[in-house]
Write a protein of this length. Structure first.
Length: 176
């Protein structure tokens, strides 16, 4: 398992990408299943992007495990309540639209634990302020599924680090 708190930015992206694309010991059928599972996980990432851009906080928070941890430039948020509060701050006063590029999927425990790493590009829109806002970040997720969580992937850890910004103002951390 990768310690998301031990590395930052592009070093963390490179660590995830350096994991074996095909874990050792998979049968021929599991190797074939890997392609399907990788596509399904990339679809989860795309669906999360659409959900995030919709601004529906309940749906966004539902993508996280109840005890998830999120590290960002604003601090560490643990649990659904803190993650919800962070998104409430994220959506006000600026409305952000986000996309991910160079997404990499690596399975640690096929097919119940995986990492996703990507560059995150965010554009902020604020009707009261005509200045454009934008940010470029690295974004790494550790996801789990299976067991009593059912077939759906859940983000259990997430690490975002700013790479560059233009008019990107960090909002205050959630007060718990």
């Amino acid at each position: 398992m990768i310690d998301l708190s031990a590395q930052r930015g592009t070093d963390l992206l490179r660590t995830v990408t350096a994991l074996p694309r095909v874990p050792d010991g998979l049968t021929a059928q599991q190797r074939q299943d890997l392609l399907h599972e990788e596509a399904a996980l990339l679809d989860f990432v795309k669906a999360f992007a659409h959900t995030l851009n919709s601004g529906e906080i309940d749906d966004v928070v539902a993508a996280y495990a109840d005890d998830a941890t999120w590290l960002s430039p604003r601090g560490q948020f643990v649990g659904a309540g803190e993650i919800r509060r962070n998104y409430e701050l994220y959506y006000q006063p600026v409305r952000w639209f986000t996309l991910w590029t160079n997404a990499t999927v690596r399975f640690v425990q096929p097919f119940d634990e995986a990492y996703v790493s990507a560059y995150q590009y965010s554009i902020g829109v604020d009707a009261g302020d005509p200045l454009s806002r934008g940010g470029i970040s690295t974004d790494v997720w550790r996801l789990e599924r299976g067991g009593d969580r059912g077939p759906t992937w859940k983000i259990v850890e997430r690490r975002i680090d700013m790479v560059d910004s233009h008019g990107h103002r960090l909002l205050p951390a959630a007060v718990g």
